[in-house]
Design a protein around this ligand. Sequence first.
Ligand code: HAM
Length: 414
Amino acid sequence: MLKAIRGTKDILPAEAGMWQKIEAYGRQIFSIYAYKEIRTPVIEEAALFIRSIGDATDIVQKEMYVFSDRGGRNIALRPEATASIVRAYLENTLGQNQAVTKLFYIGPMFRSERPQKGRQRQFHQLGVEAIGSDNPLLDVEVISLAVKFLEGLGAKEFNLKINSLGCKKDKLKIIEKYRAGIKPLLGSLCDECKERYNKNVLRVFDCKNPKCGEAVRDIRLKDPLCPECSAHFESVKKGLEGLGIKYETDSKIVRGLDYYTKTVFEITQKDLGAKDAVCAGGRYNDLIKDMGGQDTPAVGFAFGTERLIMAVKEDVSQSSPAMDVFIAVAGEGLDEKAFALMDTLRGKGILCDMDYEKKSLKAQMRKAQRLNARFAIIFGEEEFKGNKVALRDMEKGSQKEIEITDIVKEIKAR
Ligand code: HAM
């Protein structure tokens, strides 16, 4: 039998209600903060991600799905959406008539990682990008939006960590300082980290090998930021405090993608473990210029939807709507009449269904119960001759005969 590809999952009807709820709430809260939806293609030129996320990152080196299409083009399944959105922003001149362009997105991403709890090869993100300003208030807006989104979904015991990587110059200095700090520890790092040390030392902090994490744990940098970046970071912290948002600063938050500058942040949640963030993001002030645009600062985040569902931990079975009416047929030749009534009810927005298998009335009523139907309408031969049906209240167990023409009114009234 054919099976779903390793690291991918079917979202079954029992879970789909929860997905809808999270996505609907995302759309609502992102809109309240004046972000507009954008949908970009799932396939892009691989070069887009290589240039933006960085050649030495795990995503590009090990995780990106890349293939040649029939025209010999080098295509990637998107591993994230920020690069795609920057591409779309530039290609469609979205910033033309507004100083700040605020966008949100919801959709699947692809990374060939080793599948485990909370880590899939096709996963989903909900994210925002605010493009066009370096104002620290925008960092505060984006971070507080992430926190409010989590709170609104009822998530508890989450932890926001922030850091600043500074401007391009600061980042280069930080990289040099880390190189100096890590050099004497090279012997205790894995072979890959030795290579990372040469190519892009920040990526040592992304290593999933606990021995490497342990080795670099105590490295601290002194005053890594220039006065301007330091003031920016202080404003972000002050802004968060002003909104009553709790955070920790952590200089080890360096993020696994190369485009970040200045503020970066991650949100972890107790049930997911400290390594796996439910949400992550930050500033990428140089990316748009590096991709051929004007000097345009930007900031954003992405939630992993699968991890969000684990963090919210609601009873998913509660999320799918129950049945308003189940229509049972107890007589020859009444199927079509019942079907026609069902069509009328559905036209009035009443959620209903029937059995298509010509089962016994008893079996049909059992199904009505199983589906958690509020009412059952029973078509019997005798009643139908008088243009009536039986309306059964499944909660109370009471039943009465009723004119077919009154049925919608009666159900709506109850
Ligand atoms: P990221 O940290 O690579 O950042 O991913 C963001 C979130 O996506 C993670 O915190 C996690 O919840 C989820 N995620 C990532 N990989 C997987 C996976 N294999 N399985 C399940 N969930 C996963 C970005 O993607 C940036 N584009 C975020 C951003 C937006 N920065 C600025 N704007």
